[in-house]
Design a protein. Structure first.
Length: 98
């Protein structure tokens, strides 16, 4: 299984986030601008209190967004159908491993 690649925000697009060493966001989020990048970071920091859960959720969302990026889906164009297709992909991988 390929790991989603987190990229540092572009220096021109998210200068404040770029100055924070641990603040990386998936490319699809970074491409939406500074506000989207901050909302992504703040969601995990403010809404998910358990650090292990926070890491797991961030990893899962990053993997999903990397999957979307490989299919040329923009953040605003992701539909429920796309989420269902991703979940089917995960299920197929699990079935192949079993």
């Amino acid at each position: 299984m390929s790991q989603a690649v987190l990229v540092p925000p572009p220096a021109a697009g998210l200068p404040a986030l770029a100055r924070h060493p641990g603040a990386v966001v998936p490319r699809l989020v970074a491409d939406c601008g500074e506000q989207a990048g901050w909302r992504y970071i703040e969601f995990f920091a403010a809404n998910v209190r358990n650090p292990n859960t926070r890491r797991a959720y961030a990893r899962a969302s990053s993997q999903f967004l990397a999957w979307c990026e490989r299919r040329s889906l923009g953040l605003a164009s992701i539909r429920p159908f796309d989420v269902a297709a991703y979940i089917e992909t995960l299920g197929a991988r699990c079935r192949r491993r079993a």
